[in-house]
Design a protein around this ligand. Sequence first.
Ligand code: PRX
Length: 680
Amino acid sequence: MSDVRVKFNLTNGEDGQDEDIFNPPAPLLAGAHCSGLQNYHDLYRTSINDADGFWRNVASDLHFEQGTSKGLEYNFDAKAGPVYCKFMDGAKTNISYNCLERNIKRGLGDKIAYIFEGNEPSDVSTWTYKELHAQVVQFSAVLRAHGVQRGDVVALYLPMIPELAVAMLACARIGAMHSVVFAGFSAESLAARVVDARCRVVVTADGVFRGAKPIGLKSIADAAVALAAQEDVKVEAVIMVEHLKRVTKPDGVELPKADYTEITFVYETEMQKCSGIDSPVEWMDAESPLFLLYTSGSTGKPKGIQHTTAGYMTYAYATTKYTFDAKDDDVYWCTADCGWITGHSYLLYGPLMNGLKGIWYEGVPTYPTPSRMWDAVDKYGVTKLYTSPTAARALMALGNKWLESTSRQSLKVIGTVGEPINPAAWMWLYKKVGLSNVSIVDTYWQTETGGHMITCLPGATPMKPGAAAMPFFGASPVLLDAEGRVIEGPGEGSLCFDRAWPGMMRGIYGDEQRFVKTYFAPFNGYYFTGDGARRDEDGYLWITGRVDDLMNVSGHLLSTAEIESALVAHEKVAEAAVVAAPHDIKGSFPYAFVTLNVGEKINEKLVAELKKMVREKIGALAVPDVIQEAPGLPKTRSGKVTRRILRKIAEGSESGIGDTTTLVDESVIKQLISGRSARA
Ligand code: PRX
């Protein structure tokens, strides 16, 4: 169990140094769901000492069609028996019902569930809880009409349009698992996910604008369907939203064309066909699968992270309630895309279960101007804003003049997620955006954890810029050293959790062994996050970053192995090694070293081809910013590439390379360093 004693003096320092501590603003303390540090400690203690009692109490806010006396049951000790976690086994519920009918029954039917703000500021629509419910019932009937049943997996390859919310909730309503695939992924990535889960139905859109740039999603989806067919997975229906037809188009842009193939069904027409049909809720067992969401894996093949019903639901509900101090009069805006877990837990499920009025934004933070986010904050009176350090750094770099025309007085809480936040970006959010009148919650968690694991609570935790701070209720972090010994008190080690929490993943779709091997084998008896962390003398936790072969680019996890295999697929490349190099805005970027076949030389054309290869195989976000030719790669005698050295070269900090005597060919390093200098 973690030690979270806090014994510092509050200084409310000025310059964002590690030592600076900021108190939550007084108005946030008053009436907070968790008010004051003592209240946090008391609740935390209960959540650990009486986990079942604590979670039963949280779950009592939600609707269960059938109850149970069971609480949290688990085993993390792979040597003692199968690893598992169950929550409220025997109960029956439905998360979509809890998002919609439950709120309508408690009088929120006419409350706005979402303000859908399109790519163009003029494209706005608002949907009440009742209106959203009606659409969800109707689309669940469409899915049923296409033969989708409980337990099936439906791929959702959609931009951030209202139909994505509808489709996710409709799947959950009928017990089908949604597998949302980020609309920036390539046809090959989509195909791999469709094949892995044998999806028969794909929901997509004709296209979307990202800023002024049109993207033809339907043609990517069609290409993915063709690729899946080569693997004997036959998609029977592609349901397509005609989004481009209804949006305001930026001037002078040619629209992408969508093919109406034999298996294409137009969303709007299908909805009309199912109008008025009763499509009842499926009552799901507590441990029935709810959704799959693929995340990068060290071996290169993405992992289909599987979440189940009652535990994920209760955890998403509780974390939204406490981390954002969710209140009835909030205007809540999470800027994440539903292609990632943040969109699942904190744009869709968590806020809806809490009955919040949310903003669902289709576009990018800088279009049409870098004031867009702040304009929207003022326009809607946003009280709680959840965004990423990358967005903060990008906007900060564009200058404060973009803030000046807006007031942002409504903001009370600003959350960040996905990557460590540097103190300068933290201070900018706190002082410049939040006018020193907000709480900043730096939320540490993962696709696998379902919800927040380490975070400040806005009315309780004194904040240190850059520290994720304290465990959420029920989360029990431990730091382990290389020998697997628990580090007590201040120190740095591998971040693990020594007990289950309701929202944790229940497996990797179709690969039980990989589940145990990735998360439970590295330290027997513990869930291993893949991250390192440091605990300071006040018990605050600081995430130091990935300790495995994954890299975090703009808050998105990428697998070095997956990028490497995309590069070596080029006929001129013999070998490739990709490492993370530091980047002012993105946090880090992929830096690729490629060894070419004999007689080949790197040139602009080849670099462009290699970048295209990565874009096609994975997606634009994985394209290396730098591709350097490597006459050879530094390897140990057993043939392992020493990434530690490559990372130092990519960073330009040769002095930190350290001992190289175990390498087969030390001279390679000099060549790589001079190759880097030649590029710089
Ligand atoms: O490395 C950690 C980083 O993002 C990883 C999880 O990525 P993903 O599953 O895509 O989920 C992202 C959204 C939850 C973690 O293993 N990470 C996430 N939040 C933070 C973070 N690193 C530092 N500080 C955070 N607040």
